[in-house]
Design a protein around this ligand. Structure first.
Ligand SMILES: NC(=O)C1=CN([C@@H]2O[C@H](COP(=O)(O)OP(=O)(O)OC[C@H]3O[C@@H](n4cnc5c(N)ncnc54)[C@H](O)[C@@H]3O)[C@@H](O)[C@H]2O)C=CC1
Ligand SMILES: O=C(O)C(=O)COP(=O)(O)O
Length: 534
């Protein structure tokens, strides 16, 4: 059945066309995002949800979204999506990180000019026939200091536009390197210094716990008298009441505000104040940007729903459409290895070590690790996938280490997973053969070559005569057909293992009969989510 996507915010028609062209069914209901109850009522019908900033993807909505696999944000900020809730449910959240950045930077520059020259008020007054030439005295931008808080994609475009306008640009961003700053022709400074030196301050950080309220009473107190503040990032970055106070007292000479603490903002402490220029979250609203983000989000979501390719996901490693065919069998392998260990381990796992050997070391190991972790906890958690597994593993306090190494054996590449519990260390290694199917190649350090079947039995035993006969006879008498039988041992008479791929699940009674044999140390029934090998 074709995957089905709901577009619940206003998006360019390009998105709808792309979904259709890619074989994805699409419902374009651009006002639905604003109607929480209605959205909640229909969300269970969709595999994908394409949004902008109006749709609020809450935990409640995610709970109701029983089929949802991907949320695509046609834009940058994903603060309207409960990402931990989506991740826990295995839903990928993707955005379009560059499509609207130039446009948004231009809006910040536009607001800077609008505030410097009081354009909206001058326009209203002129059109009202007042000709108040003396009322609207502005300030020049040339030679002034522009303070950029958050110098990522948008902030650095604003910074370079500032340089182009002959401004002195200082930036505060913990992740901005001095090299990048000098490339941009700007100066990297601490926040306090930015406050002290800037004539204009523009915000371009995401909304996080750290950035929330970054401009408040205290910050404003540190600023130059007559500072002008521009916010095209997120409303919550500024404490609006504090900014309103700053404007009223004359400390702040003007503000350009595109985004508000509560949106849609139909009322605000900032409305009606002298030289506050407001726009209704228009930062990304140009024809070009909307075309870019619509096209990109639809392509990314269709790629994922139809081909399993992951691009620009916030909560999952990317898998390109090109690498998906090569990577997919190894993703399956990683999951099977994790699943094997998860099924045979009864006590809590303390740590996991994953080694990528040879060719696998050059692959997208973030994706492989996510798959291995998903396999590992699959037998304990009913609903886990590559998106939710890393946080679930972290929440359980399981330590993870990964390493890559050059080819070290006969295989071009393999993955080895080792776990540690209070009682023991357990390891399993596997590879993918040219038939594209996963194989176990080592368990407990014992080499073997075992196909992975839907139903399997794993025994550990002393290397002694009669084990093959015992298993063959017990299974045969119970009517269980053995499709494949693999044995391995560390040395003659030492520790041995057997891995049997059987056509049907083995009953407890059969397993008990096997366990009853004096040379058998353990016997486990395993189940893998793979197509039948034959
Ligand atoms: N008004 C509008 O319509 C639009 C608003 N936006 C907003 O702009 C924000 C920035 O977008 P991009 O530049 O594309 O994001 P980005 O991720 O490229 O850049 C954000 C920068 O903020 C920095 N940062 C993070 N925490 C910080 C902190 N505590 N102090 C200082 N810097 C910090 C990061 O290091 C990063 O360099 C988005 O998160 C979004 O909320 C984006 C597009 C349109
Ligand atoms: O991309 C962003 O982060 C934006 O804020 C743009 O919001 P919008 O898509 O115009 O609702």
């Amino acid at each position: 059945m074709a995957p089905r996507v709901l577009v619940s915010d206003k998006l360019s028609p390009t998105a709808v066309q792309i979904f259709k062209d890619r074989g994805v069914e699409v419902d374009y209901l651009p006002d639905l995002g604003k109607d929480k109850e209605q959205l909640l009522a229909v969300i269970d019908q969709y595999d994908g949800l394409a949004i902008r900033s109006a749709t609020k993807v809450t935990e409640k909505l995610i709970e109701a979204a029983t089929k949802l696999k991907v949320i695509g944000r046609a834009g940058i900020g994903v603060d309207n999506v409960d990402i931990p809730a989506a991740s826990r449910k295995g839903i990928i959240v993707m955005n379009t990180p560059f499509g609207n950045s130039i446009t948004t930077a231009e809006h910040a520059v536009a607001l800077m000019f609008a505030v410097a020259r009081q354009l909206p008020a001058a326009d209203a007054s002129t059109q009202a026939g007042k000709w108040e030439k003396n009322r609207f005295m502005g300030v020049e931008i040339t030679g002034k200091t522009l303070g950029v808080i958050g110098c990522g994609n948008i902030g650095s475009i604003v910074a370079s536009r500032g340089v182009g306008l002959k401004m002195r640009v200082v930036a505060f961003d913990p992740f901005l390197s001095t090299e990048r700053a000098s490339q941009l022709g700007i100066e990297k400074v601490e926040l306090e210094e930015l406050f002290k030196r800037s004539d204009f301050i523009t915000l371009h950080t995401p909304m996080t716990e750290k950035t929330k309220g970054i401009i408040d009473k205290n910050a404003i107190a540190q600023m130059k008298d007559g500072v002008r503040i521009i916010n095209c990032a997120r409303g919550g970055l500024i404490v609006e009441a504090d900014l309103a106070e700053g404007i009223k007292s004359g400390k702040v000479a003007g503000a350009g505000v595109d985004v508000f603490e509560v949106e849609p903002a139909t009322e605000s402490v900032l409305f009606g104040l002298e030289n506050v220029v407001c726009t209704p979250h228009l930062g990304a609203s140009t024809t070009e940007a909307q075309e870019n983000v619509a096209l990109q989000v639809a392509e990314q979501m269709a790629d994922y729903l139809v081909r399993g390719a992951v691009t620009n996901a916030i909560n999952m490693p990317s898998i390109t459409a090109e690498e998906a065919p090569t990577l997919t069998p190894f993703v399956k392998l990683a999951e099977v290895l994790g699943d094997f260990v998860g099924q045979v381990t009864d006590e809590p796992i303390k740590s996991v070590e994953i080694v990528y050997d040879g060719a696998t070391a050059a692959m997208n190991t973030r994706a492989l690790t996510s798959a291995a972790l998903a396999g590992l906890i699959k037998s304990q958690v009913s609903d886990v996938n590559m998106v939710s597994a890393p946080i679930m593993v972290k929440e359980r306090g399981i330590q993870l280490t990964e390493s890559r190494r050059d080819k070290s054996g006969v295989f071009d590449g393999y993955i080895k997973l080792t776990i540690t519990t209070e009682k023991q260390t357990r390891s399993v290694a596997g590879t993918v053969f040219s038939d594209g199917k996963p194989r176990f190649i080592q368990i407990k350090g014992i080499n073997l070559d075992a196909e992975v079947g839907r139903h399997m039995v794993y025994t550990t035993n002393n290397d002694a005569p009669g084990i093959i006969g015992l298993l063959g006879t017990t299974f045969g008498e119970a009517g269980v057909n053995i499709a494949n039988f693999q044995l391995g041992r560390n040395r003659p008479g030492g520790d041995a293992i057997a891995l049997l791929y059987v056509d049907s699940p083995v009953s407890d009674a059969v397993l008990d009969a096997v366990r009853g044999h004096k040379e058998i140390a353990s016997a486990k029934r395993l189940q893998f989510d793979v197509a039948s090998v034959d």
